[in-house]
Design a protein around this ligand. Structure first.
Ligand code: KG4
Ligand code: ZN
Length: 333
């Protein structure tokens, strides 16, 4: 089955074509330049940029796959969670194509796309533990089987990627901050500043493996504020901050892996592109006998290949959404 995937939940406009689960093309148009000077995403600018980009991005995905619209047999589109104005752009384009070509349409949960993203490169057998770390989410899921995902924990305040972006802003490095901090941290001493690591007790909701990054973000802000700009070694701050994030992510993830008796761990989402997290996760996996799968860089950050992949399973099972499919900003998995 040839499926067109469309993703516009946040600040990337993306389209991809999959044939029988294999990626024929995956095109992502980033809006980093639009939001860079604001140090974060401006939702209204994001939706307007999606409107300008969506048709050219879909055309490029088809061209790179060497296909026309007539070859497409189903359309999968992100229906949430995300920015509602952004989601509506992809959703409207998907509906228009599906309606005009009389194709089946399915809405996909963006988080399911991330959870399944390593499968684009190589099959990861269920069940597995997933650490989903992105700009909007930091959660642990037990992926029992397709469409059976259980949330074991999530952040109670900032997402890990959001913390990277905010610290980059504090250091005057622009948006998005993750990649810049990752690069800067390579030349800094990660042991030079001891930032706090939060360890949370089980929460009201019974979740045992929650995260919190706001204390760490505040500690970095205080550290920088208490010093003259010339006395702040940005590389040391970046490396020490990054090490604290990685410690917190892996401590909680390994505790959950042990509790669940997990044999496989998936790390997905934009922050899974972080080189230190990848290195430390690889080391920890070897130590604890876990098989760890992390998506290729191009599938860590937002993309439509993972949406098409998640949608293909539903389409093949005959699932369809109606034309009343709507965007849901806080769609649960
Ligand atoms: O998954 P994604 O593209 O979008 C969301 O669904 O949120 O993730 C974007 C996030 C941003 O916060 C960005 O700073 C972070 O991923 N990120 C990184 C790296 N590359 C992207 N964080 C740490 N290290 C990186 N190398
Ligand atoms: Zn995402």
């Amino acid at each position: 089955m040839v499926i067109l995937g469309i993703e516009s939940s946040c600040d990337d406009t993306a389209a991809a074509v999959l044939r029988d689960g294999a990626v024929c093309s995956s095109v992502v148009a980033s809006q980093d330049e639009v939001h860079h000077k604001y140090g974060g995403i401006v939702p209204e600018l994001a939706s307007r940029s999606h409107i300008r980009a969506i048709v050219p991005v879909i055309e490029r995905a088809l061209a790179q796959a060497g296909m026309g619209l007539e070859a497409i047999e189903g359309v999968a589109v992100t229906a949430g969670p995300g920015l509602v104005g952004s989601l509506l752009v992809g959703l409207s384009a998907a509906k228009a194509i599906a309606f005009a070509r009389k194709l089946p349409l399915v809405g996909v949960n963006h988080l399911e796309g991330h959870l399944l993203s390593p499968q684009l490169d190589a099959e990861v057998p269920f069940p597995y533990l997933v650490l989903l770390v992105s700009g909007g989410h930091t959660s642990l899921y037990w992926a029992e089987a397709r469409a059976r995902y259980h949330c074991l924990g999530r952040t109670r305040d900032d997402a890990a990627g959001e913390a990277f972006d905010k610290v980059a802003k504090i250091l005057g490095l622009g948006y998005p901050g993750g990649r810049v901090i990752d690069e800067l941290a390579r030349s800094g001493d990660r042991r030079s500043i001891r930032f706090p690591r939060a360890r949370l007790k089980p929460g009201r909701h019974g979740r045992r493996f929650d995260f919190s990054f706001s204390g760490l973000k505040t500690a970095v802000w205080q550290y920088v504020r208490e010093r003259q700009a010339a006395d702040v070694d940005a590389a040391a701050v970046a490396a020490s901050f990054q090490e604290a994030v990685v410690d917190m992510l892996l401590d909680t993830t390994l505790a959950a892996a042990s509790e669940m008796g997990a044999q496989r761990l998936v790390i997905a989402g934009g922050v899974a592109a972080n080189s230190r997290l990848r290195q430390r996760a690889g080391d920890a996996a070897a130590e604890f006998g876990l098989a760890v799968a992390m998506p290729a860089f191009r599938y860590c950050t937002d993309n439509a290949a993972m949406i098409a992949y998640a949608g293909s399973w539903r389409l093949l099972r005959g699932q369809r959404d109606s034309w009343s499919l709507n965007a849901a900003a806080d769609l649960e998995l």
